[in-house]
Design a protein around this ligand. Structure first.
Ligand SMILES: [Zn+2]
Length: 320
């Protein structure tokens, strides 16, 4: 009788693990780097190489929250087609004006058709999907720097709002766009799918790093905390702080309310430490050297902690 020696088994496992490793290396290719997950109700997460898009698919068509980078947009559209078949893309919503979230606006919008009702006596098809955003997003993507704007005209938001909220009703559910002023940028919106019970949070929430604050574009640590508190207000956990409302961050995994509470507490603790150091008159270098985010570095990395501390130091009136 032939008995498999343990050495053979170990060798087989080694070969297998190397095969798995090789496969992972291959999937680093951009077109293969997309993960698609059902979040809840009619809402799906499409996770790309640089950021998340959130897609609602229903009877009336498709609504897309954020369009990734320009170079990811064709693959994003391919994933939307797999999810939605021939259903038309009707709306794009932008959570804020960074190119890893709005870079694909022109491609995704022009792949869609708008829904026009009312006095047109039925539904008339336009040649692109509407793009909703806070007006600060339009200001940012249309502003000319060095003769060119951040996005080509076809990628500019077509419908902007300046109030604290804008409401849509699509695919049988209310969708609320909630402006969070001066958080990650000056034009962040949370997109709350009230029927599916999902919040697309954009970059005010990111499970892969400490908050990235665009200080030049009006971002502020206190606004990030307010935005996280707003998510916690709106979200309802199912039981024992688990489940319930799903929150999809701008980058990273699907979360529940408690994940956001833990993240909010982390941001608040580090903010309070930096604030106390600013009050003592410490310089930027002294604050960094005091490592006010030391216990979070193993989870989020030293460079993201340093960038967050630097932004918070500026926000909180540190010496320049
Ligand atoms: Zn961003």
């Amino acid at each position: 009788m032939k008995v498999q020696k343990p050495g053979h088994l170990a060798l087989a496992l080694l070969v297998l693990s190397q095969l798995v490793y090789a496969q992972r290396q291959e999937s680093a290719h951009p077109s293969a780097a997309f993960d698609v997950l059902k979040v809840h109700g009619q809402v799906y997460l499409i996770a790309g190489p640089a950021s998340n898009a959130v897609v609602q698919v229903g009877e009336q068509g498709v609504l897309v929250v954020d369009t990734m980078r320009d170079e990811d947009a064709d693959a994003l559209l391919g994933e939307i087609r797999k999810l939605a078949g021939a259903k038309p893309i009707r709306y794009v919503v932008n959570t804020h004006a960074h190119l890893d979230h709005v870079g694909g606006n022109a491609k995704v919008s022009s792949a869609g058709t708008q829904l026009v009702g009312g006095n047109f006596g039925g539904q008339v098809q336009g040649d692109h999907a509407f793009i909703f955003a806070h007006e600060k997003v339009l200001n940012a993507v249309s502003a000319k720097t060095g003769g060119t704007s951040l996005l080509p005209f076809a990628g500019w938001p077509t419908d902007t709002f300046f109030q604290s909220e804008k409401d849509l009703y699509f695919n049988g559910e209310g969708i609320q766009l909630i402006h969070e002023p001066n958080a990650h940028t000056d034009g962040d919106v949370l997109v709350w799918f009230r029927g599916s019970d999902v919040i697309a949070a954009g970059d005010v929430f990111d499970t892969t790093r400490m908050p990235e604050i665009d200080v030049k574009r009006g971002g502020h640590v206190n606004g990030v905390i307010e935005a996280l508190n707003r998510i916690i207000d709106v979200a309802i956990s199912e039981q024992f702080t688990e489940g319930g409302t799903r929150i999809v961050p701008g980058t990273g995994r699907i979360c529940d309310e408690f994940d956001v509470v833990v993240y909010r507490d982390m941001v608040t603790i580090v903010r309070d430490r930096v604030q106390a150091m600013v009050k003592k008159g410490m310089t930027r270098q002294q604050v960094q050297a005091a490592r006010p985010a030391f216990e979070y570095i193993p989870r989020y990395g030293a460079s993201s902690a340093a960038a967050f501390i630097d932004a918070a130091y500026q926000n909180l009136g540190g010496r320049q």
